[in-house]
Each structure stands twice: as C-alpha cells, then as structure tokens.
Design a binder for this molecule. Structure first.
Ligand code: B12
Length: 416
C-alpha cells in the first residue's frame, strides 16, 4: 500500500469520526406499532381532544394516515381560528382559549404540511403569538419567570422562526440570557425545545456570536443528563433530546445515540409509550427529522400508509389490586380496591365514590391534568405532584399510570 493510500485511509477515518451523526432507526414493525397508536386519536375531533402535536409528529414521521390526516388538519384550523379569533357564532367564549404553546404547536403543524399562516386570519394568529412572546419577555425583563414556561417560550420562538417571521432581537436574547445565567428550569425537555428554537434561528441565517456557544452548552447539558441505561433525562424526555442531537454532527455521538436507541427499544417493549403526546415527539426522530426542519419542510418524502389492525380483545381480568391513596397535607389515607390493570384515574374515581375525597382535572395535550385535590387548586407555579412510595415522582399522568397491587400513591402540592 502506497503512502498516499495510507494517508487517504487515515483522512477518511478522521472524517468519519468528525461527522458522526445521531441516527435512530427502529425496526419498521415497532415504528408502525407506535404510529398505529395515534390512529384512534385522529378520529377524535372535539375541541377537548384536538392535539396539534399529534398531527405534527405524524407529518414529520415516515408514516401517514391517508385522508383522515387532512380532515384532522382541517379540524385544527377551524378550532384554532374560532377560539383564538372568535370567528364562530358566539361559541368561542365558552371554550378555553389555547395557550401560547398550543398556538405555537398549531402554527408548527401548519408548517409540517408546508403551509404558511396566510391571509388576514393567518396574520392575526402570528400577531397574537408575537404579542404573547412580548408579554413573556417583559415579565422576564422585570426579573420574573415567564407566565407560561421557558418550554412554551421556546415553542413560540420556534414557530415564528419556522414561519420565517421577523422576531425582535430581544425575544431570542431573553432565551440566551436565561441560558447563560443558568435560569432555564424544566430539565432536558426544556433544554431540547430551547435548542430546537435556537437551531431554527441559526439555520434561518441569524448571525449572533452567542448562538453557537449557547447551542453547544445545551447539547452538553443533555449529554451529561444521559442515564446509565442510555436515556437522556428520563424515557419521556429522550425523544426531544434526540430531535436536538440529530441536528448535529460530532465525534462520539454515534455511540451515545446507540445507547439511547437500546434504552428506547427496551422501554418500548415494556410498553412505556402509550401517551399520544410522547409518541408524537418520538416519531420524527425515528425518521431523522426534528421540529427545526420545519423552517424548510419536505412534504414530498414518501411515507408508509398506516393500516389499522384489529387489536385482540383485552383478557377479562377477574383479579383486583389494592392501592393506598394518600394526601398527607390533608391527613387523608385510604385503601382502594380496583380491577387489575386500572389507572391512577380509576383509583381516584373509586376513592371519590367511597367519600371523603374529591378532585378535578383539566384537559391538556398530554391528557387529563390533575388540577385540584380536596378543594385545593394548585396556585401559581404550584402543581399536584404524583408520587409513589417511597417518594418517587411518577413519570406518567393519572390516565396512563397503572399502579401495582400493594402500591401507595401520594398527591403532594409542590412548587415548580
Ligand atoms: C412544563 C411541564 C410541567 C409543568 C407544567 C406547568 C406549566 N404551567 O407549564 C409542571 C412542573 C407543573 C409539570 C407537572 C407534571 N408533569 Co410535566 N411537563 C412539562 C413539560 C416540560 C412541558 C409541557 C408543556 O408546556 N407543553 C406544551 C403545551 C403547549 O402543551 P399543554 O398540554 O397545553 O401543556 C400543559 C400540560 O402539558 C400540563 N402538563 C405538564 N406536565 C404534564 C404531565 C401530564 C401527565 C399531564 C396530563 C399534563 C401535564 O401542563 C402544561 C401547561 O399547562 C413536558 C415536556 C414534554 N416533553 O412535553 C413535561 C411532561 C409532559 N410532564 C410529565 C410528567 C410526568 C409530569 C407529572 C405527572 C410529574 C409528577 N410526578 O407529578 C406532573 C403532572 C401531575 C398532574 N397534576 O397531573 C411527563 C409526561 C410523560 C408522559 N408519560 O406522558 C413530561 C413529558 C416530562 C418528562 N420527560 O417526564 N410538568
């Protein structure tokens, strides 16, 4: 072998090392199985169930749901224009208005179908999002935290960026400022969403000397949060973390992402991904796409049609589980018997039936959110935290978590 060939091989090796990417390809059957879990969601067209994240996730995946997808986008358009612009026949007042983050997700869903928010209505929605962001930025300038969260602020910046809208430079600067001063609470999910927003800005040509270092530090934070089993943060923050990591090339990234893939596969086999929102955040990464791609989306890429599969009927369980529900701040502790495989929501319902316990939920894109317990509504920057004994916060909400027989579950008013 000549000297030149040796040199070329070495160079090739170095090149490969320098351009290592993060690619997660799952077995096609596993991926389609995940996608199919979203199919029933596409038939729920009522205001309470419409979820722009579901459309967005599916559109950026390698899968498609045929005509139902178009119908779903149509319903999203109707709902968001009616509730935010009050263009219906007077009903808009009765429906909860979408939050800043929900409006941002809706605008991202439009981009996922290669559409821009156009016309008078489109302009008004964009102006609304700009105003939301301005208000949040002002709160932050006054030393307060955003009314919503840094996660929703990042979603807002990302949506405007994806629509090619000019942002006042002080809006992204607030995000950079929070990052540089270590004020970006919310863990890996928030770091990833902020990173996706900044990546979009960088790709859109925004030149700022603080952008590169901020992105590097966000990626380093995410890599540092990798757990021994391979997840970034936890199993449910791994999808967004991967969306961000898939936008970069760096040495060693391939191995890190292989570990994450192994962790995801084993979590999937354990049935961890049941929630439509987290599935919708995972599907794009399996197609090597991220929300940052919505700056110039590719709507021509072929996607495999998802065919519904008849699920075998659930075995009729005769067994039951005994679960203890406790609200220590109210001196409440009650043992409850529910059918085997019931959700925490079933436990709450049963406890309410037994008397001495009340609760209220609010719909959200992640499912029913526990908003109030025994007459106490969580206040500003407070929430009803879900824990299992001994002091372990749950990684799922009340509708998805299925307590085991003998478990003790605690509801605790906590601050965030
Ligand atoms: C910010 C946030 C919170 C904040 C929300 C407060 C606020 N005003 O922003 C706080 C700290 C209160 C919170 C609480 C919880 N969260 Co949270 N949260 C998030 C985060 C980072 C962003 C949510 C968001 O703004 N979405 C965008 C907006 C536009 O959508 P939205 O539906 O309108 O947002 C509302 C709901 O998401 C709701 N919410 C927040 N978390 C959760 C969790 C569940 C299960 C439900 C039903 C609703 C809900 O609060 C948001 C603001 O109103 C997501 C991360 C992610 N990857 O999605 C995790 C996330 C959704 N949360 C999660 C969890 C597990 C919880 C808790 C169950 C934790 C616990 N052990 O108590 C609790 C909810 C308990 C309850 N009372 O029902 C998981 C859900 C995983 C899953 N399997 O579905 C995620 C994915 C984080 C993670 N990687 O583990 N959360």
């Amino acid at each position: 072998m000549g000297l030149l060939e040796v040199f070329l091989i070495l160079l090739g090796g170095l090149g490969a090392l320098a351009t290592e990417t993060c690619e997660i390809h799952l077995d096609r059957t596993l991926e389609a199985g995940l996608g199919r879990r979203l199919l029933p969601r596409l038939h729920l067209l009522s205001a309470e169930h419409l979820n722009p994240s579901v459309y967005l996730g599916l559109r950026l995946s390698g899968l498609q749901a045929g005509a139902q997808e178009a119908l779903y986008l149509q319903s999203l358009k109707l709902h968001y224009t009616q509730t935010l612009l009050g263009t219906d026949d007077g009903n808009s007042g009765r429906q909860a208005k979408p939050s800043m983050g929900q409006l941002a997700l809706y605008l991202l869903a439009l981009r996922a179908n290669c559409e821009f928010a156009v016309g008078r209505k489109g302009d008004r929605l964009v102006s609304k999002l700009k105003r939301f962001l301005e208000e949040e930025k002002k709160a932050m300038e006054e030393g307060l935290t955003p009314h919503t969260s840094y996660y929703q602020y990042s979603l807002g910046v990302l949506a405007l960026c994806a629509h090619g809208k000019q942002l006042h430079h002080s809006v992204p600067h607030r995000l950079l400022h929070a990052l540089e001063h270590g004020h970006l609470p919310g863990g890996v999910d928030t770091a990833a969403m902020a990173g996706l927003a900044l990546t979009c800005l960088q790709r859109s040509g925004l030149k700022h000397h603080r952008l590169g270092p901020a992105l590097r530090s966000l990626r380093e934070d995410i890599l540092r949060a990798q757990t021994a089993d391979g997840h970034f943060g936890n199993v449910y923050s791994t999808p967004l973390a991967l969306q961000l990591l898939e936008t970069e090339h760096s040495p060693g990234l391939g191995a890190v992402c292989s570990q994450a893939k192994a962790a995801l596969v084993s979590s999937l086999q354990e049935g961890a991904f049941q929630n439509a929102l987290v599935i919708s955040q995972l599907l794009p990464t399996l197609n090597h796409r991220s929300y940052a791609d919505l700056l110039s989306p590719d709507c021509q890429a072929p996607r495999a049609l998802l065919e519904p599969v008849a699920e075998p009927p659930e075995p009729h369980e005769v067994e039951s589980s005994r679960v203890t529900l406790s609200v220590p701040s109210r001196g409440y502790r009650q043992s409850v018997q529910v059918p085997f495989g019931s959700s925490l929501m079933d436990v709450l319902l049963k406890a309410r039936e037994l008397g001495g316990f009340t609760y209220e939920t609010q719909p959200s894109l992640s499912g029913p959110y526990l908003a109030s317990v025994m007459g106490t509504e969580a206040g500003d920057h407070q929430y009803w935290q879900l824990l299992r004994d001994p002091n372990i916060p749950l990684l799922q909400g009340i509708a998805d978590y299925r307590p085991k027989d003998g478990e003790t579950l605690e509801l605790r008013l906590a601050s965030w």
